[in-house]
Design a binder for this molecule. Structure first.
Ligand SMILES: *Cc1c(COP(=O)(O)O)cnc(C)c1O
Length: 414
């Protein structure tokens, strides 16, 4: 017998309760946490199968689509990404990838690993994908088969115009792969209206569910491409032809053991989204973004992204000159139980990223973030007036309340 001699004495793991204001995971609603603690049932149990059917309907609502093939891939957003590429890219296929941050870079990696030939459309980090550059790239590569881009670049907080980019791709007869990991549930993602072909997201960002699931949706056009492949999909696990037999509408057969309790949680998180109403969820992300922005700017912090392209759910701001950004984040965590995000790639050490995603997107989190940051910065010697940021955020909320009251009076007299 090998004896188990742990270095640390953990009899049971009880993480502290953190306020999560980073790039994901976001906090989970108590109902979602409770759903995860329900009993395990078999993946072919009729009650489980019914839950899966409802889950697919709820995902269609979140994605605003009628696509029959809409389901959560078992795996984090990165697996959803791979799933799209491995199914839609064959050896030798030319794929135009738009890169304006970290995740566009990962798409290029995926194309290469599928044996495809990436054609990269580069944009500066913090700027949206330029539709004209995509059009030019497709004109000079008429044999391109796929266009891929990130709708909401989490590394910078920048939104790109998905509808326009998809239109351009279709004019050149390409199918589209869209990364909606950070956008889904936070800002509009209109799969049918924008005619997106393959899209993936993550459970732990604006959907506020446990990490490890990747909602995906595939149009008929995308499925036709997969079915017309010359060679087998080079991943058994992600091959849509096989997954279809489990998640599709045909008689279910065993594919892999579904992560049941995580799926209960996603079902609950999507119910919460439906109860709130997706448009109300988008509006909520916008309201709290405006308050957070007012506070951050009152502290003199500058956004990475120009107004008009900013994602309400991902606020990247430059670290003030001379401030040790790591020390600030460490103190926020140790003293305020508050997690915010660091910069990635060329922005490492230069920015902080404040996520206001899903259940984390609420006034108490915005106010805590501003109060904690003001307190730590001031304590470290920055010329910050403690309380200024909170006052600015309060003013932003008050302006919203006044506006809402005005709109309500208008309705009453209409
Ligand atoms: C978080 C993220 C991913 C990766 O998702 P994981 O769940 O961490 O694998 C991909 N794309 C974007 C835009 C993201 O924000």
């Amino acid at each position: 017998m090998t004896k188990f001699t742990p270095k640390h004495k953990i009899n049971s793991f009880h993480p502290p309760k953190r306020t999560l204001m980073g790039p994901g995971p976001s906090e989970m609603h108590p109902r979602v946490i409770a759903a995860m603690g329900q009993p395990v049932v078999g993946y072919m149990d009729p009650v489980f199968v019914q839950m899966m059917d409802e889950l697919k309907d709820l995902l269609r609502y979140a994605y605003q689509t009628k696509n029959p093939l809409t389901f959560p891939v078992s795996g984090p957003g990165s697996v959803g990404m791979e799933s799209c590429f491995v199914n839609l890219v064959e050896r030798g296929d030319k794929v135009v990838v738009c890169r304006n941050g970290v995740f566009g870079g990962r798409m290029i990696e995926n194309v290469e690993r599928c044996g495809g030939i990436p054609v990269v459309v580069e944009d500066t980090w913090g700027e949206p994908v330029d539709p004209n550059k995509l059009d030019d790239a497709l004109k000079s590569n008429p044999d391109a088969k796929v266009v891929a881009f990130v709708h909401a670049e989490t590394s910078t907080g920048c939104a790109s115009d998905a509808k326009t980019l998809v239109d351009i791709a279709h004019r050149h007869d390409c199918v589209t792969i869209v990364d909606a990991v950070t956008s889904l549930g936070g800002t509009p993602v209109l799969v049918d209206e924008w005619q997106i072909d393959a899209i993936y997201s993550g459970s732990q960002k604006c959907l506020s569910c446990t990490p490890g699931l990747s909602p995906t949706s595939f149009s008929d056009r995308a499925i036709a491409r997969v079915k017309a492949r010359k060679a087998k999909v080079e991943s058994w696990f992600m091959d849509l032809n096989l997954v279809l037999e489990y998640w599709g509408n045909t008689k279910r057969t065993y594919h892999h053991t579904a992560p049941g309790n995580a799926l209960y949680a996603l079902h609950e998180a999507l119910l919460l989204l439906r109860e709130e109403g997706i448009e109300n969820a988008w509006a909520r992300h916008w309201r709290h973004h405006l308050a957070l922005k007012a506070g951050l700017e009152a502290m003199g912090l500058k956004y990475v992204v120009k107004e008009g392209y900013r994602l309400p759910q991902m606020n990247a701001v430059y670290v003030p000159e001379g401030v040790n950004e790591l020390e600030v984040r460490q103190r926020l965590l140790a003293e305020f139980n508050l997690e915010i995000g660091a910069g990635l790639g060329p922005l490492a050490g230069k920015v902080w990223r404040f996520g206001t995603m899903g259940y984390s997107c609420k006034a108490e989190n915005v106010m805590l973030s501003l109060a904690a940051l003001g307190s730590v910065l001031s304590d470290m010697g920055s010329p910050i007036e403690v309380g200024h940021a909170e006052a600015a955020a309060h003013a932003a909320y008050a302006a919203q309340h006044a506006e809402a009251a005005k709109a309500a009076r208008k309705l009453a007299t209409a």
